[in-house]
Design a protein around this ligand. Sequence first.
Ligand code: GRF
Length: 216
Amino acid sequence: MLKVGVLVSGNGTNLQAIIDASENRLINAKVVLVLSDNKQAYALKRAKEHKIESIFVDAKDATNHENNIDMLFSQAGVDLIVGAGYMRILSAKFIKKWYSRLINIHPSLLPSFKGLDAQKQALSYGVKLAGCTTHFMDEKTDHGPIILQAAIRVYDYTREMLAEQILKVEHQLLPRSIDLFEQGRIIINGRKTKILPGDSWQGLYDYHDVFYSVGY
Ligand code: GRF
């Protein structure tokens, strides 16, 4: 079973989606360690409720924070690190060490709207389609090879309404990306990935007004 380490900073609904998919045996993966740079993160409570080891790793000193994260994930023997609402930028050194075993989810159709509050950026820009992206992390923010994307229509939404709609899709895309990784179906070639043929999750969910990339 794939051992997953998760980096969080906040509410942790994406973490919850991974835990649920794991407990429901939708993915052959288990969250073994949750690390947060925020002591108050509700994500830490979620982990505890599911008896998953979770640790607040102080980030006052960024280098120290990162060394600790590296050490803790290494000691836990994680096969994959997932950024699930983790609000820090990791150094090139860390990325290099974990590259191809380090994925992130971002609430926009990359390369649009990188960085903070992608949902607000998308609404301000007036886009008609929004969505989310999972990707391997590289040394640039919200930049590495894309794994999966999904698009939704933008109606007359507030920022919160759009964020909520995108989150529903994030909660599908992130566990599926972990599943594809576990199945060995993601081939990285430069900045592109190829998803090898196999099963599909389309039809698993009752949230149908979504356009999914190949591999979903
Ligand atoms: C998600 O929208 C994620 O894509 C972004 O931050 C949010 C985290 O939500 N990076 P949660 O903590 O998983 O609920």
